[in-house]
Design a protein around this ligand. Structure first.
Ligand SMILES: *Cc1c(COP(=O)(O)O)cnc(C)c1O
Ligand SMILES: [Zn+2]
Length: 356
């Protein structure tokens, strides 16, 4: 049975997977869901996962639950799913040209049911909420997380409460969450303030926290790596490039890849490459000053993060230790881009028929 474990090397405290906590009770560190999968035969699992592509059962059709041998244990009937995942890979030769690369492929996670990769984490997060007997779920959000949580909560018959920074959320996303029936609380502050508030509130209340500090969110999002490799016939790319905001997604992908490496599905990791906006770059700053093998690293939170890319406008990323671990595992890199570079790339892809 999978269990929760503190990621801090000098703590490693373990907890049952049904303990109602989001961080380590002993030291406050982030938690991993750890799977004991010694007996797994990669070829057999690969065949089972391929066979499910032709199945009509929702748990097989979901691009998350298809990989359920490596996910939190749950009865199939109790899975809360909207058949997320199954997002395709697109070759993007003109974007590769623009970026000065030989080959660039997009895994278009925006093709998920509510329009973002958050759905991959919400199917596991809300399924866990149901397993814990929760009726109410909560998150802080700059946009996509709220729409996704509201949709999955509605699907599960739960109440969704969303904390948003005042005037700093994409309006389309806010209306999506309202349409799914969520209660929206606007707070006087930025995303980092909203995040702190919702963490405090959910500590001792019947509200279940569904931001990416919740390890069950990352379990779903790690299947991005599984599905991408399944689609590539398990050929490992050189790099996986992701934007970094709260650093949940980069952490999740790294965890998925690391598990595949440990079980012998792949023999190396692609370099995880995290891109931050110049005005919201706390991990980039840490990475600049880091030396390999250094242990006592501490991320300096950035007050007043600022960028037009609202989904990554975060000064105090919750999962930075996990992201750093992924960078070390994969010999990865962190880069930053200016507002001008973001705007130029956007206008380029608009001019060239969307992003292909
Ligand atoms: C959530 C989100 C991000 C940031 O991901 P993190 O896990 O917070 O680093 C980036 N882009 C989009 C479109 C998002 O929805
Ligand atoms: Zn701990």
């Amino acid at each position: 049975m999978p269990f929760l474990q503190c990621i801090e090397p000098d703590c490693k405290a373990q907890f049952a997977s049904t303990t109602p906590i989001y961080t380590c009770e002993r030291c406050g560190g982030l938690l991993d869901l750890v799977h004991e999968v010694k007996a797994i035969e990669p070829d057999q699992l690969r065949q089972a996962w391929d066979a499910r592509l032709a199945s009509k059962a929702p748990a097989d059709q979901s691009g998350v639950w298809r990989f359920r041998e490596l996910l939190p244990e749950v009865e199939e009937a109790n899975i809360v799913t909207m058949i997320e995942g199954n997002t395709q890979l697109f070759e993007a030769p003109r974007c590769a040209d623009y970026a000065g690369m030989n080959q660039l492929t997009f895994k278009h996670l925006g093709l998920n049911p509510t329009g973002s990769f958050k759905d991959l984490g919400m199917t596991t997060g809300v399924t866990q909420a149901a397993r814990m007997g929760t009726q109410n779920v909560a998150c802080a959000s700059t946009g996509n997380t709220s729409a996704s949580m509201a949709a999955y909560a509605a699907r599960a018959g739960m109440k969704a409460v969303i904390f948003i920074p005042s005037g700093q959320i994409a309006l389309g996303k806010l209306s999506q969450a309202l349409d799914y029936g969520a209660t929206v609380v606007q707070i006087d502050g930025d995303f980092d303030d909203a995040m702190q508030l919702v963490r405090d509130i959910t500590k001792d209340s019947p509200l279940y926290l569904l931001n990416s500090v919740n390890p069950f969110r990352l379990e779903g999002q790690k299947t991005i790596a599984f599905e991408m490799l399944q689609q590539r016939d398990w050929r490992v790319p050189d790099r996986i490039v992701v934007p970094g905001g709260n650093l949940g997604n980069s952490s999740a992908i790294a965890k998925g890849l690391h598990e595949l490496l440990e079980m012998g599905f792949i023999d190396r990791l692609p370099k995880i490459t995290i891109i931050q906006a110049e005005g919201a770059n706390p991990l980039y700053q840490l990475w600049q000053h880091h030396r390999a093998g250094e242990t006592q690293l501490k991320l300096q939170a950035l007050k007043g993060a600022s960028t037009l890319a609202t989904a990554i406008k975060i000064g105090s990323p919750v999962s930075w230790q996990k992201a750093l671990r992924g960078l070390w595992w994969s010999d990865g890199e962190v880069e930053q881009v200016s507002e001008q570079e973001i705007a130029d790339a956007k206008s380029h892809h608009r001019a060239r028929w969307h992003w292909l």
